[in-house]
Design a protein around this ligand. Structure first.
Ligand SMILES: Cc1cc2nc3c(=O)[nH]c(=O)nc-3n(C[C@H](O)[C@H](O)[C@H](O)COP(=O)(O)OP(=O)(O)OC[C@H]3O[C@@H](n4cnc5c(N)ncnc54)[C@H](O)[C@@H]3O)c2cc1C
Ligand SMILES: *[C@@H]1O[C@H](CO)[C@@H](O)[C@H](O)[C@H]1NC(C)=O
Ligand SMILES: *[C@@H]1O[C@H](CO)[C@@H](O)[C@H](O)[C@H]1NC(C)=O
Ligand SMILES: *[C@@H]1O[C@H](CO)[C@@H](O)[C@H](O)[C@H]1NC(C)=O
Ligand SMILES: *[C@@H]1O[C@H](CO)[C@@H](O)[C@H](O)[C@H]1NC(C)=O
Ligand SMILES: *[C@@H]1O[C@H](CO)[C@@H](O)[C@H](O)[C@H]1NC(C)=O
Ligand SMILES: *[C@@H]1O[C@H](CO)[C@@H](O)[C@H](O)[C@H]1NC(C)=O
Ligand SMILES: *[C@@H]1O[C@H](CO)[C@@H](O)[C@H](O)[C@H]1NC(C)=O
Length: 491
């Protein structure tokens, strides 16, 4: 009894000074920042604290930081970073908070959350066809402010999603087959680096950083503003076609045909979502053509399949996007894999997605649900990215599908089962795509679980370059060590 009590005290004595030191350092930093940066800090005693800690889209990403700061200017952000680095305090960066990665855009006690929501302006420069967009905005605010000028940018497909995380994780848009990914369309990043300097990264200045931020996530600095190329936009034809679950085999055949035509029309874009555990939701096909042309021939393969609902119509792109619903689930994660179109493979994938035993494991959980997202990407998207200076992603110049499996559930105690079952389905699909020679060595960060080695798959050359660039702009590896959350460059 006495011995074990002493042993316990011994352990406590060893552990507590380090923990206490970390908590004290964060608390002291919060106090300092409260009086030194313009907008103050939000402490746990503040009425706004709880809402702000729960502003991340899913509960799995909620946390309890020592304080939250909401800087308004790049200069204030720079002061804050300098202080946090000098005091060795951990921090996290949040823009829209739509990533489900636990502690990716939030942090627990002993750390400071930097909330970017005050970087919220959109400036349109008609003379140079660019828009300067604050990283804390949601895409809906960006599109709505550009609509009066009849221009748009390559950004998110759901209006609520944040600008910062989506672009830094590459960014898939309905405009990607035309103009590349969202990151490909950044002509300048304004970034606060680890030493507090505020720099521009573009083709002419800090071009290594410009390239690295196109897929480099939060490994290099905090982006305050993105200068994005704008494109003219008028009305489009688009909407949602809904199907019963038993239409899935026909839909996969149509998808293959759509992806295999001799000349893929880049104005045509799709995202198929299937809910194999929920017959009420069935299958939802988001279909959009970037011109005001009804039922264009690019989607011919789908027109014979019987729908149970169809909202396709000529409308503005923003109103089409506003009709796209985001699910609302307390706990959620997602896993991504990529492969080339192939009839045999699509049959195996369809089978796995509708009858794998893992589905019953998920169905068995309280509010266990699953959504399969099928996102076709054409070589034209990859070529458009290369033509705009290239990115860090290491994409294979092939027509491909970026598949995502979303899993939702209710209880924290089910986290491991939900994630394990979904990862196991992804492993089966990867085995099938590798077996048929159709595997594409790319994991789409914005749809990936943090358990997946995303940056590892950018390819050895890109990985080496990212490491070199990181050492130039952040020699002490602050963003590697003091910003632990999110997708990190493997050390
Ligand atoms: C409903 C829904 C729809 C989606 N649709 C799309 C889509 O159409 N296309 C697509 O590509 N993705 C899509 N995504 C995925 C989305 O792009 C990612 O989840 C992305 O991380 C969200 O960006 P955010 O700013 O909201 O993220 P946050 O959760 O705020 O941040 C995500 C990560 O980025 C880092 N980060 C954020 N801002 C900065 C910054 N300014 N500087 C440095 N690091 C930063 C954070 O530290 C964190 O690690 C969707 C997600 C949801 C929930
Ligand atoms: C910071 O300022 C913005 C407005 O500029 C305000 O909405 C926000 O609540 C402020 N936050 C804090 C912590 O004072
Ligand atoms: C917190 O959010 C809820 C709903 O999301 C809202 O009703 C409430 O007013 C908010 N509280 C504060 C202090 O902002
Ligand atoms: C473009 O317009 C902006 C204001 O909208 C102005 O500040 C800038 O100088 C102009 N650039 C050129 C090249 O005319
Ligand atoms: C945008 O398009 C509409 C409809 O074609 C037109 O009436 C309007 O003048 C355009 N606005 C600008 C700024 O070009
Ligand atoms: C991709 O598909 C397009 C047509 O859909 C085709 O023209 C092109 O050759 C394909 N690219 C590759 C690398 O197979
Ligand atoms: C299916 O989805 C609907 C609509 O979101 C929801 O109300 C219902 O509870 C879900 N059913 C199951 C079995 O999850
Ligand atoms: C479903 O849950 C029950 C009780 O928790 C368990 O006994 C059973 O094995 C589970 N079934 C599956 C398929 O996981």
């Amino acid at each position: 009894m006495t011995v074990s009590l002493q042993a316990m005290l011994g352990l406590l004595c060893l552990a507590s000074p380090i923990v206490a030191q970390k908590l004290d350092a964060a608390a002291a930093a919060c106090q300092f920042l409260d009086s030194s940066i313009g907008n103050g800090t939000v402490l746990p005693t503040d009425g706004r604290y709880r809402n702000l800690t729960e502003a991340n889209w899913v509960q799995t990403a909620w946390a309890l930081p020592t304080c939250i700061i909401q800087p308004i200017t790049a200069e204030d952000l720079s002061e804050a970073v300098k202080h946090l680095v000098a005091e060795d305090v951990h921090f996290a960066v949040r823009s829209g908070g739509h990533s489900p990665v636990p502690l990716g855009a939030n942090i627990d006690e002993g750390g400071v959350l930097i909330d970017m929501s005050n970087f919220n302006t959109v400036e349109y420069h008609a003379n140079s066809s660019v828009a300067v967009v604050g990283s804390g905005l949601r895409w809906g605010e960006v599109y709505t402010q550009l609509d009066p000028y009849n221009v748009t940018v390559v950004g998110g497909r759901i209006l609520d999603v944040g600008v910062g995380g989506l672009i830094l994780g590459s960014g898939l848009s309905y405009l990607s087959d035309l103009y590349g990914l969202a990151c490909d369309n950044v002509v300048n990043f304004e970034v606060v680096l680890a030493d507090g300097s505020i720099v521009n990264a573009n083709a002419g200045s800090n071009s290594d950083l410009w390239w690295s931020l196109k897929g480099g996530a939060n490994n290099f600095g905090i982006v305050t503003r993105f200068t994005l190329t704008t494109y003219p936009i008028g009305n489009i034809w688009g909407g949602v076609k809904a199907y019963t679950l038993d239409a899935l085999p026909a839909l996969f055949d149509a998808m293959l045909e759509y992806q295999s035509v001799a000349e893929k029309d880049p104005y045509a874009n799709l995202m198929l979502q299937a809910f194999p555990l929920n017959a009420t939701l069935g299958v939802v096909l988001n279909m959009v053509y970037m011109k005001p042309e009804e039922s264009p021939s690019a989607f011919e393969a789908f027109y014979d399949i019987e729908t149970i609902a169809d909202t396709t119509q000529i409308q503005s792109l923003t109103s089409f996007l506003a009709s796209q619903q985001a699910p609302s689930l307390p706990r959620l994660d997602w896993f991504a894999t990529s492969f080339k179109p192939d009839a045999g493979l699509y049959k195996t994938v369809a089978e796995t997605l509708t009858s794998a035993p893992e589905l019953s494991e998920i169905q068995n959980l309280t509010a266990g649900s699953i959504a399969i997202g099928w996102q076709p990407i054409s070589t034209s998207a990859i070529e458009a990215g290369n033509a705009r200076g290239g990115n860090a992603l290491g994409l294979d110049c092939a027509n491909q599908t970026w598949l995502v499996i979303d899993v939702g559930w209710w209880d924290e105690g089910d986290d491991d089962t939900a994630n394990g079952a979904t990862l196991s389905m992804i492993d089966k699909i990867e085995a099938a795509s590798q077996g048929t020679g159709n595997y594409v060595d790319y994991i789409f960060m914005n749809d990936a679980s943090v358990e997946q080695p995303v940056i590892e798959h950018y390819g050895p050359e890109n990985l080496a370059k990212l490491r070199d660039v990181q050492r130039v702009h952040d020699p002490d590896l602050v963003f590697q060590k003091l910003v632990p959350g999110g997708f990190k460059i493997p050390v």
